[in-house]
Design a protein around this ligand. Sequence first.
Ligand SMILES: *Cc1c(COP(=O)(O)O)cnc(C)c1O
Length: 353
Amino acid sequence: MSRLFVRGDLTPYVPGEQPAPGQQWIKLNTNENPFPPSPAAKACAAAHLRELNLYSSVDCLELRTRLAEVLGVGAGNLVMTNGSDEILNFAFMAFCDSSRPAVFPDITYGFYSVFADLNRIPWTTLPLREDFTVNPEDYCGIGKNIFIANPNAPTGIALSRAELERIIASNPDHLVLVDEAYCDFGGESCIPLIGKYDNLLVTGTFSKSRSLAGGRLGFGVACEELIRDLENIRYSTNPYNVNSLTIAIGLGVLEDEETTRERIRTVISTREKVKDALEKRGFHVLPSSANFLFAEHPQISGEAYFRRLKERGILIRHFTAPRIANFNRITVGTEAQMEIFLSETDRILKGEG
Ligand SMILES: *Cc1c(COP(=O)(O)O)cnc(C)c1O
């Protein structure tokens, strides 16, 4: 740390490892989609290159309009961001301060506490139940701004829309942010509730279900008033937050919802097969509504399993927080990748690794 740095209090978010391109890893550690973006995106990207001399669209109107149709909301209910991490940060900036603290589960997306600290916002956590589910009652009438990932990460467990609605309805004067990064893989979206509750912000991303993690495209869905507040923050931060190549590619991806839906079905079916296969091998696997599985084995520590798979060229995600130190989060890859993952798992369990 330099003698000039004034934020020694920060503990930055630690992203999953991104090996250098060309290295032959089976990468199941950051919940990327194993399939490339829709071919429709490629033509849009190529056609757009000539226009890269111009700044990107500040209002993202064409993209918002198209995405609004897909989601069944109005273009005025959407704000587009540089990945959904950016909208999470905007939400902390817009709606939290020292008298409006944040609350979220003890086991959830690691970025919530980082953004809270970055913006000097007090935060507390509420423990998940023993079975790693969120208890909705804990959040009803809590009088704080609530951040909930649904499905939750890294557990993969989802709440129903009705359970979230109870939380939203019982905190009318506080923000409830529902982070739906993984919702397309089996969660029940809260987007249909935005017309009913003016304290609800749903966030989404093209990173997972739409295969665009490297493109950095996220969005927020809310009543128009909340969107205007978030636009205020966006224009005060970086009005060109979404680059024009990504806008073009995002439009291409949305032209081809068929491919997106088919790949989601494939990931879900692979997930269920791998869950069964892991359970047959003695793993305890949490029920997942996402594109990953969260699992532990009684005979091998989470850390050792992670390390041995890594020695064999397979990356999964291990966390060190005490409650989940024995677990690993395994992204659902292609069938072929998961077959190799399972056969290497067999060898590790037999003590060959
Ligand atoms: C991946 C993820 C995000 C955001 O990813 P972006 O690539 O920034 O859109 C947000 N929340 C959760 C829980 C995630 O796992």
